[in-house]
Design a protein around this ligand. Structure first.
Ligand code: ARG
Length: 272
């Protein structure tokens, strides 16, 4: 009961943060001074608010939920962040931006952490620190149902859409080395990528399995095929280099894996 009340309070706080971010609402987080001008992570009195940056185009990890009549960012990552915040005594404010702006936001202290289904690649590890991996994913090829573009070697001479700054963009660049004539279109939001496939402006997209599944379910004209490789990509929480939050976040992730909370959230958002 207590927990439920907390999450309701937090949800409305998040909603307020989202609305403030969009400039569409006048509501402010209750009993909290505004800190819009401050850099994230700076101490400000008693308040312990952490700013989470994300790219809320990644259902079921993070997406805009309009069903309640207000614009709320919800999803697997948001629930994990709320749980961690609850355990460690932080309020979490969610800030939506483009995926390729997330690492720079950490580097310039405009966010305390990033949760965005982000894979801890060696390249990113040069610029940010990561938590342990909390969920796995594989790449897929998304195409129209009547299309026979379902395998990497069929991408030669084809137009392929990917998210700007994502590992799928890197994967497409890698494929282009052998698949001659593969042309890459890099876009900011996954919804735009799906539009490109639907309208036929591109032949295919590369997206992660769980996200592709959702898009295909709501767009029956599309299909997705998992790219068979040994490689599994995981999601981890990213922090500014040297952040003191890495250890405490890892401790809560471990606890969630042990006490069943993680499985509960996986069931809730991935249905498995
Ligand atoms: N896992 C991929 C990566 O780290 C894609 C993540 C995209 N996330 C998002 N919220 N759009 O590059």
């Amino acid at each position: 009961m207590k927990k439920q009340m907390f999450s309701i309070a937090l949800t409305s706080l998040l909603a307020a943060a989202v609305m403030a971010g969009c400039g569409t609402g006048t509501s402010q987080p209750p009993a909290q001074p505004q800190n819009g001008q401050e850099l994230a992570g700076q101490p400000s009195g008693e308040k312990k608010t952490l700013t989470m940056a994300t790219s809320a185009d990644y259902k079921p990890y993070e997406f805009h939920d309009l069903t309640s009549g207000k614009d709320e960012i919800v999803g697997f990552d948001v629930d994990i962040a709320k749980y961690i915040g609850e355990q460690l005594g932080y309020e979490v404010q969610v800030n939506d931006m483009n995926f390729d702006g997330l690492v720079p936001a950490l580097q310039t202290n405009r966010a305390d952490f990033v949760m965005a289904g982000m894979t801890p690649t060696p390249e990113r590890q040069k610029n940010v620190d990561f938590s342990e991996i909390y969920y796995d994913a594989k790449n897929t090829i998304v195409s129209k149902k009547e299309s026979n573009v379902t395998k990497p070697d069929q991408l030669a001479g084809k137009k392929v859409a990917v998210q700007l700054g994502s590992i799928q963009e890197s994967a497409a660049k890698e494929l282009a080395k052998t698949a001659t004539g593969l042309q890459i279109t890099s876009l900011n939001k996954t919804g735009e990528i799906i539009e490109e496939v639907k309208t036929g402006r591109v032949d295919a997209a590369i997206l992660e399995d769980t996200v592709a599944k959702g898009f295909v379910e709501s767009n029956p004209g599309l299909q997705y095929t998992t790219i068979e490789t040994e490689e599994v990509n995981g999601s981890a929480i990213a922090f500014p280099k040297g952040s003191k939050h890495v250890d405490e976040f890892n401790q809560v992730i471990k606890k969630m894996q042990e006490n069943g909370e993680m499985d509960k959230l996986i069931k809730k958002w991935f249905g498995q």
